[in-house]
Design a protein around this ligand. Sequence first.
Ligand code: ADP
Length: 254
Amino acid sequence: MTSILEVKNLSKSFRGRRDWPWSPKSVALEPTSFTLAAGETLAIMGETGSGKSTLAKLVAGVDNPTSGDIYLNGQKLYDANTKQRCQNIRMIFQDSEKSLNSQRTIGQQLEEPLIFNTRQTAQERQNTVKQTLRKVGLLAEHYEFYPHMLSTGQKQRVAIARAISLEPQIIVADEALVALDPSVRAQIINLMLDLQQDMGISYIFVTHSPQIVKHIADKILILYRGKMITFEKTEHLLNKPQQPYVEQLLHEHL
Ligand code: ADP
């Protein structure tokens, strides 16, 4: 499969951290490289503090790398001069509650990316948003709702709606399923898999859950103290003897 995303030697150091004993330089992520094909799902795993969120944010352009490059469809992203974020890679976070504005309707919030990135008229934007709401299993009526009128699962659907509204190629999800109870989590996973089928989206999931990884990930990237120690197809990794650290991550039940 041809890769749409190529991450080459991406690294991140933070200055002035004293609470990270194993690294005087505060290297949150050592040079890390991986690839992702269209429609593929990558899981990023590792113990707390191993650099998962750092890597996810760098790939999504939420944070700038100390070194390294990201290529999407062969084109280099995040030129340090332009600092332009790529609409083709969107990120969703753990706390959909925090990422929504309590003072604005769902419709207003979902229209924002369209206002900045398309030339649609107000009526066209409203139609697009209502279609997107239906795509994520919500109703056109939710357009008028405020976030507090929705359940946690519905809010996570809104976060997904916002992420897909500009039809990105890649969605980066940082522990996006962790706050959901198991039945809602299963519904959201099914929704994301359906969207992957329909829209050809590739996913990068930061997760602690071996069950989720085994269910959805084509590839697994494992970090240990800021260093990538494994990047492999899920089936290969699961079918071979594993180091104790990897074994623990893949079999821990949280
Ligand atoms: P994980 O997602 O695996 O829990 P993170 O990527 O959040 O790990 O963090 C990796 C390391 O980088 C941690 O030691 C953390 O303290 C450090 N770090 C993360 N963000 C910052 C920051 N903004 N400033 C300084 N250090 C940071």
